[in-house]
Design a protein around this ligand. Structure first.
Ligand code: GZL
Length: 334
């Protein structure tokens, strides 16, 4: 600050006030360059979170985990439900940028189309954490880390179990597949992993594959179509429990016994799916944990503090047969 000339009392008071405001202003602006975006100095982190929607039991459990973990971590959470629409997620992320949150986290409903808005967040100095689903951006600097599952592995485990179950089959084993939401990472990757695994047995054939959008209603509607168009269906592979649960209604209405006439394999292991497995209506589930909240909040604190974090953090998961589901059900958290 340059040397100040002497002035009369009222002018001097005004000059002092102006210089205090100016210094304060610089300090506040300085905070926004610390990569957090927030201009608060109370140390409290504000996170803007864009959620896919509320399409399945998995998503409900995931939302609960995130909200509870934010409260436990003392992180102020701004939460938006995109109702499974990418444009709503992009709008929410832009709002968070405008609000200068400290960290943005989201589960991208589809893999593509994020580079522009992620670059806007980067240019605003706001770090982004991907949770649950990932993006296909070539520029890995657009986000700090990915926290979630290996969906290809989940699909592969489902396929490997089926190969083992059908290794003595003498004729064709007709499989129908209920895919997750079109363009979503779990849909693309589970399909890939399953197809790679069942290639081990040429008798195993996917005769129909269509999206049920991860919902019960979608699973029921598409399974009805599958049953009408295909007289011999031996196996259903559903990319999540909810579509499998919807398909149960269609299978029963068609006079077939789920779990016996049609072997049913799903992914997630939410409580309703595990109950269907314990009851013998499903035959195998590959787990996909929605309980990402605590790890996400820990990552947010590290990222805000400028600490290095791994580029990818995968969740621990397992698989369940009917007997294992009966044992696990009483202690399931979701
Ligand atoms: C997987 C998650 C998927 C679940 C579905 O991590 O993105 O979305 O498998 C959910 O149940 O709708």
């Amino acid at each position: 600050m340059g040397k100040m000339r002497t002035q009369s009392a009222p002018w001097r008071a005004a000059a002092v006030l102006a210089s205090v405001l100016l210094v304060g202003g610089v300090a506040a602006c300085g905070n926004s360059d610390t990569g957090g975006g927030g201009t608060k100095d109370d140390g409290k982190i504000t996170m803007g979170f864009s959620q896919v929607g509320a399409e399945s039991g998995w998503r409900t459990a995931n939302t609960i985990s995130i909200k509870e973990a934010a409260t436990a971590a003392g992180i102020e959470l701004k939460f938006d439900d995109a109702q499974q629409k990418q444009e709503n997620q992009i709008k929410a992320i832009r709002n968070y940028i405008q609000q200068k949150v400290d960290v943005i986290a989201f589960s991208p409903v589809v893999e593509s189309g994020w580079d522009t808005v992620l670059k806007e967040a980067k240019d605003a100095g706001i770090p982004v954490i991907l949770t649950d689903r990932s993006v296909d951006s070539a520029d890995k600097s657009l986000y700090k880390t990915f926290l979630g599952s290996d969906f290809v592995k989940e699909g592969r485990l489902a396929g490997e179990w089926l190969v083992e179950q059908k290794k003595t089959a003498s004729g064709p084993v007709n499989i129908v597949e209920l895919q997750g939401s079109t363009g979503a990472a779990p849909a693309n990757d589970r399909k890939k992993g399953f197809a790679e695994a069942i290639a081990a047995n040429p008798n195993l054939k996917v005769i129909a594959s269509q999206t049920g959008d991860f919902t019960r209603a979608g699973g029921k509607q598409v399974m009805e179509q599958f049953l009408k168009a295909n007289p011999k269906i031996d196996v259903l592979f559903a990319h999540n429990d909810d579509m499998g649960l919807g398909a149960l209604e269609a299978i029963t209405a068609a006079g077939k016994v789920p779990g016996k006439d049609i072997t049913i394999i799903t992914i997630d292991a939410v409580k309703d799916g595990m109950q269907a497995l314990a009851d013998g209506k499903f035959n195998f589930i590959a787990e996909c944990s929605p309980l990402l909240g605590p790890q996400l909040m820990d990552l947010a604190k590290k990222v805000k503090a400028g600490q290095e974090v791994p580029a990818r953090i995968e969740t621990e998961e397992t698989t369940f047969t009917t007997e294992q589901a009966k044992e696990a059900l009483p202690n399931r958290k979701y």
